[in-house]
Design a protein around this ligand. Structure first.
Ligand SMILES: C[S@@+](CC[C@H](N)C(=O)[O-])C[C@H]1O[C@@H](n2cnc3c(N)ncnc32)[C@H](O)[C@@H]1O
Length: 347
């Protein structure tokens, strides 16, 4: 009997602790596309500010957007000379502000502005960051650099400012794969596509938000990349995938980084725990024979192991074969504090 997506999901939807292990034992032939950084030992997330040597490494590789600190009740990110503090509590806000100043003094880091945002329990309570220190007349839009690529940041655009820092190593891995074509589902500001576009990849970007896609075009422009070879589709991924499949379109690399929950224009809800397998099954219809697919989620009840088991289930259901491999977490993210991600390579 062909298993249904529901059956695999039922087994898998609970987070089951750190599960990076198996994915690191992969064929040496693939090693060149993966970051060689060894996985860090498990450590408490509390009060972890990056070391001066890490900051120096970021400077050396032309990256000025990264985490500065991760704690149990908040985190601090750098976007160029601006800093964004995200907190769950007032106590965390006060402590992180104090520590930030001490860290900046010790690291000889000049802060232009500090923004603050609260980490709400519900998506509906999300608010744009607000300026708490620095010149209120400076534009809220800026540009940051990640490994020589430029990305626009907008502190007024909403809860998220334009670049997800925890995907840095996956953007690098994608760039090193040099796929001919990329399908970037839930593309937001198209950062994955800019990374791939910089090595000549043709991309298709799908996002419900026209504004995010417009920001994506802007990111291409910031890097001097013409958008002729790139398509921007403002629509529901779940509707676009079958259309692409019917047209016979196939892609060498595919990014699946959906939100935990969203509602499309026609009212259709996407709930990652319920819908990820359906999404992956539809994605496999547009995947080239040796395609690489990034499975990624921020949903706290799904870990890498859950993503892998869902992936294996979908391979079985479609009679395809593949292997799974995870990236070590970015050096500025303590384990299990960023998105859970795993790469599936089809065979
Ligand atoms: C987590 S963000 C993706 C981040 C992106 N992968 C990156 O690294 O920058 C989720 C995005 O999915 C979009 N979105 C949500 N539901 C969608 C749907 N059903 N179809 C297409 N886009 C959707 C949102 O507008 C948002 O831009």
């Amino acid at each position: 009997m062909t298993p249904t997506p529901e059956r695999a999901h039922g087994i898998l939807s609970k987070r089951s602790g750190p599960a990076r292990s198996r994915a690191h034992n992969q064929p040496a032939a693939e090693d060149r596309i993966w970051n060689k950084v060894e996985p860090q030992p498990r450590q408490r997330a509390s009060f972890k500010w990056i070391e001066p040597s890490v900051l120096r490494d970021f400077v050396a590789e032309h990256t000025d957007a990264h985490r500065l600190c991760t704690t149990d009740d908040g985190w601090v990110e750098r976007f160029g000379s601006d800093v964004l503090i995200s907190v769950k509590t007032e106590a965390a806000r006060e402590r992180l502000m104090t520590e930030l100043h001490l860290w900046a003094l010790a690291a000889n880091f000049k802060i232009s502005r500090v923004f603050l945002r609260h980490l709400p329990k519900q998506n509906a309570e999300r608010e744009a960051p607000r300026l708490i220190l620095g010149d209120a007349n400076t534009p809220l839009q800026s540009v940051v650099t990640e490994r020589f690529l430029r990305y626009a940041i907008d502190f007024a655009a909403g809860y998220s400012v334009g670049l997800f820092l925890d995907q840095r190593e996956n953007r690098r891995a994608l760039r090193q794969m040099t796929p001919a074509t990329l399908l970037n589902c839930f593309s937001y500001t198209c950062s994955f596509s800019v990374a791939a576009g910089s090595v000549g990849t043709r991309t298709v970007n799908i996002d419900l938000s026209k504004k995010s896609l417009a920001r994506g075009r802007e990111n291409f422009g910031l890097n001097g990349l013409p958008t002729e070879n790139h398509r921007f589709v403002a629509d529901d991924v779940m509707e676009v995938l079958p259309r692409l499949a019917r047209k016979g379109e196939r892609f060498d690399a595919i990014i699946l980084d959906p939100p935990t929950f969203s509602r499309a224009r026609k009212g259709r809800a996407f709930q990652v725990e319920q819908d990820f397998e359906t999404l992956l099954l539809a994605t496999l219809e547009v995947a080239e024979r040796n395609a690489r697919i990034l499975l990624s989620t921020n949903c706290s009840s799904l870990d890498e192991r859950a993503l892998e088991v869902m992936g294996r289930f979908c391979l079985k259901a479609t009679r395809r074969a593949g292997s799974f491999r995870s990236q070590p977490p970015p050096v500025d993210f303590p384990p299990e504090t960023g998105a859970r991600t795993i790469w599936l390579t089809l065979r």
